[in-house]
Design a protein around this ligand. Structure first.
Ligand code: NDP
Length: 279
């Protein structure tokens, strides 16, 4: 199937599945595979690419820029500003640096990586300037729990937040207690990072059993489970070109009620509030 999209508050279509790049550009011997993975992703219609100035100290942005050089228009680029850069002027400067490394004139979705010492109002004001200048199309946040999001809503233009990128997968179900319902009521799309728990959950017997029933891989089921939640997108990272097609095919998995029940039994939903976890 074609990659479905979620409408951001301004109407922009954001793909529900993309590729993460944390860990890219750290080992020269993997560079070829990393670039090939991103190009394979575009070939497969997996156009959302998530990166951050933090990853390899700008190295991941540079690698993304190299991989997409002639194909920028095909991609939906997500990037993140570090909290230590997220002051009124620092955010604008960080974005300009990122644009140079990414070899582009715009970022589709620019996120505050996590909340730091600068008031949210400052960062939001800077995001507004960047959007007016056409340097970013939309902005959002990452690692913000419900109380922070509620505070953001009160900041001038804070209600224009396009997404909250959070840790969410079968073994990190805490957000289902309040964050997912809050975001759904509020119409705020969420983006799940580490959807396969960095590979650690792929040997879980219950996951493997559901996968066998679909002739699918555990990674495909773990990703399909995240995407089974309305308004939630996912950005599994891989630097293995063959896994791009594998992860994309998670979109073809239709979980049944029996699958959901089996996964609930093995990976129980939360029964109380837990602070949003961070990796
Ligand atoms: P993921 O859950 O995406 O797991 C990535 C790991 O799983 C890699 O080791 C990868 O190996 C492996 N993997 C991927 N697909 C498969 C597969 N089909 N079969 C077997 N193994 C597989 O973890 P990440 O923490 O990387 O999260 C994804 C992205 O989310 C990050 O890359 C980053 O862009 C973003 N992120 C954002 C954070 C934030 O604070 N906002 C925090 C953490 C992540 P290999 O590469 O060798 O194929």
């Amino acid at each position: 199937m074609t990659v479905p999209t979620i409408a951001l508050p301004d109407g922009t279509a954001m793909p529900v599945l993309g590729v993460g790049t944390w860990g890219y550009a750290e080992q020269p011997t993997r560079r070829r595979d990393e670039i090939d993975s991103l190009r394979a992703a575009l070939d497969a219609g997996l156009t959302m690419i998530d990166t951050a100035e933090m990853y390899a100290d700008g190295g991941a942005e540079e690698l993304v820029g190299e991989a997409l050089a002639a194909r920028r228009d095909e991609a939906f680029l997500v990037d993140k500003v570090l909290p230590s850069d997220a002051s009124r002027h620092g955010t604008v400067e960080a974005c300009d640096r990122a644009l140079r490394r990414l070899r582009t004139d715009r970022i589709d979705l620019y996120l505050l990586h996590w909340r730091g010492r600068y008031p949210l109002a400052e960062t939001v004001e800077a995001f507004g300037e960047l959007r007016d200048a056409g340097k970013i199309r939309a902005w959002g946040v990452s690692n913000l729990d419900v109380d922070d999001l509620a505070e953001l809503d009160e900041v001038p233009s804070g209600d224009q937040v396009a997404t909250d990128q959070i840790l969410y997968n079968l073994v990190r179900r805490g957000p289902e207690w309040d964050l997912l319902p809050w975001a759904e009521r509020r119409g705020l799309p969420l983006m799940a990072y580490s959807p396969v728990e960095q590979g650690r959950l792929l040997d879980e017997p219950a996951l493997c059993e559901v996968a066998d029933g679909h002739d699918a891989t555990p990674a495909q089921i773990a990703i399909a489970w995240v995407l089974d939640h309305p308004g939630v997108s996912a950005i599994p990272k891989t630097a293995t070109p063959a896994r791009i097609a594998e992860n994309r095919a998670a979109l073809d998995v239709a979980l049944t009620d029996d699958d959901r029940a089996a996964l609930d039994a093995a990976f129980p939903p939360p029964v109380r509030k837990r602070r949003l976890e961070i990796l």
